[in-house]
Design a protein around this ligand. Structure first.
Ligand code: ZN
Ligand code: ZN
Length: 291
């Protein structure tokens, strides 16, 4: 890393002297790639953000899982797997449709918290408003209806609940569409994979990114990181699936997991899902810091 970028990154990571050795190693910025300067259409060129250091994060008093509220719920809205015939194949062969099982395993390993997939929601019974988009002629669901439904359904042991769907979403009759909706302090959110063509890797990244926001973690401006903001599909595809040292330290502070154990679980999930580069990345970190 360049000296100036390194100095900023070190400030963002904060003082690591008192950390256990494996965690201290895992948040050492030396092997991570700095976020390059944004191109004209990229997120940071259009949404300047000052960045959230580890110390900023802690002093924002973010929501944190507790022994009573420590489960992440995934609530599929409508049918998830596009083709029922495909869902009988092992998940690694299902690159064209999102496998809920892969998403569950990945989310569990990423956050090191129990993840429960609820039975698919019947949209008519739940009284979710739908419309046909006047331009695309696609069916769309109203996000505000979904969020109020999820809030009413929030189980007692839920840290948060995420609606996930292959159906397109809209937040307001005046809008064309929206990828998803949640906020830093909300415990419910909803994300559609309809515009991602249901690719498993993209859905895992979206869930990791958006769920991290529910822990109070803001966009990352320091490194290439799953928390980088994105303005267009190419930019979201360029995001890695992993957390940089700044955000790994935040999530570890919040959940309290063992970083090496987390990388072992993530490596196993990534291998099964066919995310070979991410599995290699986890392996490298295990070798580097797992001694
Ligand atoms: Zn975001
Ligand atoms: Zn980051």
């Amino acid at each position: 890393m360049k000296q100036i970028a390194l100095a900023i990154a070190l400030t963002a990571i904060g003082d690591t002297h008192a950390l256990p050795p494996a965690l201290r190693c895992a948040v050492n910025p030396a092997v991570f790639e700095a976020l390059p300067a944004p191109g004209p259409n990229d997120w940071l060129a259009n949404h300047p953000e000052r960045g959230q250091t580890f110390d900023d994060f802690v002093s924002s008093h973010p929501n944190r899982p507790t022994p009573q509220q420590h489960t992440i719920y995934l609530q599929p809205l409508g049918t998830f797997d596009v083709e029922p015939a495909l869902s009988r194949l092992p998940s690694r062969l299902r690159v064209g449709s999102t496998s809920v099982e892969t998403l569950k395993e990945f989310t569990e390993a990423f956050f090191m918290m129990p993840v429960v997939v609820r039975p698919p929601l019947d949209l008519a019974t739940a009284k979710i408003t739908t419309r046909t988009n006047p331009y695309t002629r696609q069916r769309q669901l109203l996000t505000t209806d979904i969020l109020s439904y999820l809030k009413r359904q929030l189980p007692a042991d839920a840290y948060c609940m995420l609606g996930i769907t292959m159906i397109d979403l809209y937040p307001d009759p005046a809008w064309n569409f929206v990828f998803g909706q949640a906020a830093l302090r909300d415990r419910v959110g909803v994300y559609s994979f309809a515009r991602y063509e249901g690719v498993a890797r993209r859905s895992c990244k979206v869930v990791a990114h958006e769920t991290s926001h529910m822990f109070g973690i803001e966009h990352c401006i320091y490194f290439r990181c799953v928390l980088n903001g994105s303005n267009h599909l190419a930019e979201s595809d360029a995001r890695p699936m992993h957390l940089c040292p700044v955000d790994l330290r935040k999530l570890q502070w919040s959940v309290g997991f063992d970083v090496i154990e987390r990388y072992r679980r993530l490596r196993a999930v990534c291998e099964r899902a066919g995310f070979a580069d991410e599995a290699r990345w986890c392996q490298r970190e295990i070798e580097r810091c797992g001694k």
